[in-house]
Design a protein around this ligand. Structure first.
Ligand SMILES: [Zn+2]
Length: 154
């Protein structure tokens, strides 16, 4: 094997390894495991797509500076820099922390077509996203406080 071929195969190996690391970051647990790990309210909201009553969550009017993580897997979801007061009684953001933070899916429940927001790492249900948010995105991520854990910026 000449040096060039060797280099190339090493590069390929590295990229395969990177992929494996990325894939293994997905958090997959059984329903029973989540039930044991989470509080009853966290379980109902994140695993059974529940909704906390407005103005009752701990973050809707919270203004600390830092990161909102997934309560199930500690994935970084939303930065306090994109949080704003939507007046809805739920914590609201105009953008996720990164493209990899969340994923969305169509939700047909309650005879409405809405877009639900899920943690991209563990598939926990977080809330909904609407297109009536402020600039620069015009998006309104309406998220349950119960699905979040806040980590203050040091
Ligand atoms: Zn998660």
């Amino acid at each position: 094997m000449d040096t060039k071929t060797q280099d190339r195969s090493q590069n390929n190996m590295q990229s395969v390894q990177h992929k494996a690391i990325y894939m293994s970051e997905k958090v997959v647990k059984t329903d029973r495991e989540w039930q044991q790990l989470l509080t009853p309210q966290q379980y109902v909201i994140t695993q059974k797509k529940g909704t906390e009553r407005p103005y009752t969550g701990k973050y809707f009017n919270f203004t600390g500076r830092g990161m909102y993580q997934c309560v199930c897997c500690a994935n970084d979801l939303f930065s306090s820099e994109t949080k704003y007061d939507s007046g809805t009684g739920w914590p609201t953001f105009w953008a996720p922390f990164s493209e990899q933070s969340i994923r969305t899916a169509v939700d047909h429940s309650h005879f409405k077509k809405r877009i639900e927001v899920l943690c991209n790492r563990c598939d926990a249900y977080l809330g909904h996203v609407f297109d009536d948010g402020p600039p620069p995105t015009g998006l309104r991520y309406c998220i349950n406080s119960v699905a979040l854990q806040f980590v203050a910026k040091k």
